[in-house]
Design a binder for this molecule. Structure first.
Ligand code: C5P
Length: 205
């Protein structure tokens, strides 16, 4: 029987780290659904038509090293506004959520649209300034020389676009457990997430 963990939240709130840790702890498969939108965004930057790019998406496309750049992140959040693109990506995500060993999916609309019946839903968030600070350190650590003000402006622009769009906006599911990581260590945030999943598993029996 499958067991699905839905993890949503804004950029750089700690979703990725938490999702990987939860998946490793329970032996579940993990899908970073942002990579789907990034892969489509990268194809659009290269000249493809958005819906056709989403339809033709291959799991191998998700392994490209070039998907983590700020330019691709912005392109991803632009194609993510397109309802046709989102529709093309639903089936892949739902199939993944049924993986027999259990699945963790992280994104923006997993608990609300992709897996509304997920066994446990987490909404991982943090202040825009905290998230920009983390992204700034990460980018500069990888050799991308971007000023903090630029990173903060990008975070806020993506938040506004992700929360304001008509289709599948970024919003906590009514039954999600919220984890605000602004003043938490990574270890504390991971423990809180694992605890929430453990409780949901125990409740099912
Ligand atoms: O999570 P990540 O930063 O990689 O996502 C890139 C962009 O893809 C987000 O800003 C968002 O616009 C979009 N996205 C989405 N729905 C998801 C995952 C990501 O709209 N489930």
């Amino acid at each position: 029987m499958s067991f699905t963990v839905a993890i949503d939240g804004p950029a750089a709130a700690g979703k990725g780290t938490i999702s990987k840790a939860v998946a490793a702890h329970f032996g579940f498969a993990h899908l970073d659904t942002g990579l789907l939108y990034r892969a489509v965004g990268a194809k659009v930057l290269a000249g493809a038509e958005p819906i056709a790019a989403a339809r033709a998406l291959d799991p191998v496309d998700l392994e490209s090293d070039d998907l983590r750049t700020p330019a691709v992140a912005q392109a991803a959040s632009e194609v993510a506004v397109n309802a046709g693109v989102r529709a093309e990506l639903i089936e892949f995500q739902r199939k993944f959520s049924m993986r027999p060993e259990g699945a963790v999916l992280d994104g923006r609309d997993i608990g609300t649209v992709i897996c509304p019946d997920a066994d446990v839903k987490l909404f991982v968030t943090a202040s825009a300034e905290c998230r920009a600070e983390r992204r700034f350190k990460e980018l500069n650590g990888k050799g991308h020389d971007v000023p903090y003000e630029q990173v903060l402006a990008d975070v806020k622009a993506r938040d506004a676009r992700d929360s304001g769009r008509a289709t599948a906006p970024l919003i906590a599911a009514y039954d999600a457990v919220t984890i605000d990581t602004s003043d938490m260590t990574i270890d504390a945030a991971v423990s809180a997430a694992i605890g929430a999943v453990e409780r949901a598993k125990n409740a099912i029996g």
